[in-house]
Design a protein around this ligand. Structure first.
Ligand SMILES: Cc1cc2nc3c(=O)[nH]c(=O)nc-3n(C[C@H](O)[C@H](O)[C@H](O)COP(=O)(O)O)c2cc1C
Length: 351
């Protein structure tokens, strides 16, 4: 996609711009074979990542452009959040571009086509036929569900076999009560139920299950999650989702909209939570760092703060797909300059 096209798309309101982008991506023919610098390759949780940069959940909610995203050069993509049944999400407008702050506020509320439709899409993507890239499946609960845990178990069982890993999203700020699942007791109960299902099903037995958490947890809550994760051998944590906090230095007129803030202003907040978790878990729980990454230096900083892998979303909407090769190039340069032989050696070096 050229810069001209990117600027044209940005004329439209964010949600329309997003559907235009998805349509354009669907038109792309998948012939590109990616070759990443060997310094970026990583064997992590039984999976081979060609590079550590992934597309965060929320962009490809319905698994419509998996191949196209991977062909842009992402090392992995996370589809979803998918809920058991389809749902419309909140009333529009529900995505706001904070251009002056290179940020977005959204209160989408898990709009998605539901597990049945997504399953059909996933079945068309044969994981073993993907010549490049890893696919994660991010799952959630329906807004009007009476039993959140059943929703997660249902989606894990149904969709889990069709991805390389699964993410349990308990941190979206736009589904009432969802974030409470992160609290002591509740989170352990959820993890145990999911692990029970995993034990019984060969198709998901060896697949990593990540918990995606909020950057707004206090120190005690972070410690609870760290201890619970260690005690239950949680595969990994994704830190973080968007924030409900509003830094005082936001300039855009949309800064008072409700919902989750993502992009540049989230970087420090989410990186601090990442660092704390790396320390609290004594580097024994694999971490994926997300929040505000817009260049190679910030990507490098997340890795130095304890992340094996990183994800981004908001910066892609501002910079377009050229951001991926740019970050990879910058990252290779930074790793080499500091004398490391591989990205894995960098993990946690600044904590
Ligand atoms: C429009 C939009 C929709 C999102 N939807 C989801 C979602 O469905 N599930 C989820 O786990 N995170 C969702 N996120 C959060 C992102 O995955 C990511 O955690 C967050 O935006 C921080 O990364 P960033 O600053 O690079 O955007 C969404 C973010 C945005 C901007």
């Amino acid at each position: 996609m050229t810069n001209i096209l990117l600027n044209l798309i940005k004329i439209f309101p964010p949600e329309i711009a997003h559907s235009i982008t998805l349509r354009l991506l669907k038109l792309k023919i998948n012939t590109i074979t990616q070759t990443d610098h060997p310094i970026l390759k990583q064997h992590f949780l039984g999976l081979d990542f060609s590079n550590p940069i992934g597309l965060a959940a929320g962009f490809d909610k319905n698994a419509e452009v998996i191949n196209q995203i991977l062909n842009l050069g992402f090392g992995f993509t996370e589809i979803g959040t998918v809920t058991p049944r389809p749902q419309e999400g909140n009333v529009k407008p529900r995505i706001f571009r904070l251009s002056e702050d290179e940020a977005i506020i959204n209160h989408l509320g898990f709009n998605n086509k539901g597990s049945e439709k997504v399953l059909k899409k996933l079945k068309k993507i044969n994981l073993s036929n993907l010549n490049y890239g890893i696919v994660g499946i991010n799952i959630g609960k329906n807004k009007n569900s009476e039993d959140a845990i059943s929703d997660y178990c249902y989606c894990l069982e149904k969709l889990g076999p069709f991805g390389h890993y699964v993410t349990i999203n308990i941190s979206s700020p736009n589904t009432p009560g969802l974030r409470d699942l992160q609290l002591r007791g509740k989170i352990e109960n959820l993890v145990k139920k999911l692990q029970n299902i995993q034990e019984k099903l060969n198709s998901i037995k060896s697949k990593p299950i990540f918990l995606k958490i909020s950057p707004d947890l206090n120190d005690e809550q972070l410690r609870d999650i760290a201890l619970m994760s260690l005690a239950n051998n949680v595969s990994g944590l994704i830190i973080s989702n968007s924030t409900v906090e509003r830094p005082t230095n936001l300039n855009s007129s949309h800064r008072t909209e409700i919902g989750g803030l993502s992009g540049k202003p989230l970087f420090l907040h989410s990186t601090l939570a990442l660092k704390k978790m790396y320390t609290l878990t004594n580097a024994n729980i694999p971490l994926i760092g997300v929040g505000g990454i817009s260049n190679g230096k910030e990507c490098y900083e997340k890795i130095k703060s304890g992340a094996n892998l990183v994800q981004l979303y908001t910066a892609l909407t501002f910079q377009g797909p050229k951001i991926i090769s740019k970050i990879k190039k910058e990252l290779v340069y930074l790793i080499k300059t500091d004398g490391f032989n591989n990205v894995k050696e960098v993990v946690g070096k600044e904590v």
